[in-house]
Ligand binder design. Sequence first.
Ligand code: SF4
Ligand code: MG
Length: 319
Amino acid sequence: MSTILEVNGLKKYFPIRDGALSKVQGYVKAVDDVSFSVREGETLGIVGESGCGKSTTGRAILRLTEPTDGKVIFQGQSLTELKKDQLRKIRRDLQIVFQDPFASLNPRMTIGSILEEPLKIHGMSNGQERKQKVKELLEIVGLTEHHIGNYPHQFSGGQRQRIGIARALITKPKLIVADEPVSALDVSIQSQILNLMKDLQEQFGLTYLFISHDLSVVRHISDRVGVMYLGRMVELAPKEKLYADPQHPYTQALLSAVPYPNPREKRERVILTGDVPSPANPPSGCAFHTRCPACMEICKTERPQTKEVSPGHFVACHL
Ligand code: SF4
Ligand code: MG
């Protein structure tokens, strides 16, 4: 499989000010030197607690928020160097699905116009063709053409997420960043949406960057999984490896808190003490050292480099 997306040393720092016009007091390091690549047709899951920088990573890749530093290469093209109008052209290939489909769908627009809008923005196809595409897509995501004149509030949460997915799909993108796409839904609806996403991936050859705080959701859909903590990617591995043999103490702690269907995977429960430190003032050295049960002297001062411990399994830890 070829690489479709390469993220290199990505950083996003938000300045902290007292008032809008006062001097910068410091930075929230929401994303702090994150690198990984995504292969065409795969699902890379990114998992971590809220505030770990996973959403910001997704948004910075698409330049919905401007990265502070680093490179993002999509199909050989450097997104981070593109001018705004060049970026607009490439946007049709890179779409996003949001957590809350209700907040992301304009309540005053019918489903028909919501779905046509991206085609208009990108100057794709004429009026008649657009209507045809909207109909086809509604059926593909499990709705019908009778829904075209309805408004977002007339749909259930699951249906709204189907509409959100249809809107992302209508420009025939290559890569979809899905940011907590099922977190707002009931568990029974979650698996329907995940299965729909899997079907669509096969049907359209999509690549997903799938962001979630939920380890079982990520496990269900991903081929590989990256774990983030305080703006850093601490471990990344093929799914089976990560869940069966996590190497980073943080991943081990996260996984030990989730019940497993496979009893052979049972492991000691690791209880983490202390809160997640503020990303405005992250600990020195390894950002996890204040909570790590295996912390050593070196961890307090030196940031661990990412090492490949077995093929495709990357860990940033001094152990
Ligand atoms: Fe724990 Fe040290 Fe590894 Fe950080 S580098 S996870 S503190 S052992
Ligand atoms: Mg988020």
